[in-house]
Design a protein around this ligand. Structure first.
Ligand SMILES: [Zn+2]
Length: 95
């Protein structure tokens, strides 16, 4: 086992929406449960996950581009109801 004392200890993930990389903790994990794409705020759900920014824009873009389908390797049409409902809370009233 190669021991690497990395400078970056924080895991980096790619947002499926804008394709930018960010520390895992800055991204929202989503998991696939049946056909539903669920927000996994506390990273406790099992299953294949993908990461996206806590931004409606990124989530929207990922849906439009079918990035979630690819990232989650889904073979069925996905449902984003719960994710979108969750994402609607991102909208800042001061924007
Ligand atoms: Zn993003």
């Amino acid at each position: 086992m190669g021991e690497s004392v990395g400078l970056q200890s924080a895991p980096i993930r790619t947002c499926v929406g804008c394709r930018n990389q960010a520390p895992q903790k800055e991204l929202l994990r989503v998991v696939l449960r049946e056909a539903d794409v669920l927000p996994d705020q506390h990273r406790r759900l099992d299953g294949r996950g993908a990461y996206v920014h806590h931004q409606l824009e990124c989530i929207d873009r990922a849906i439009q581009r079918r990035s979630f389908v690819r990232a989650l390797r889904a073979t069925q049409p996905l449902k984003f109801d719960q994710l979108l409902q969750f994402a609607s809370s991102f909208v800042s009233p001061q924007a």
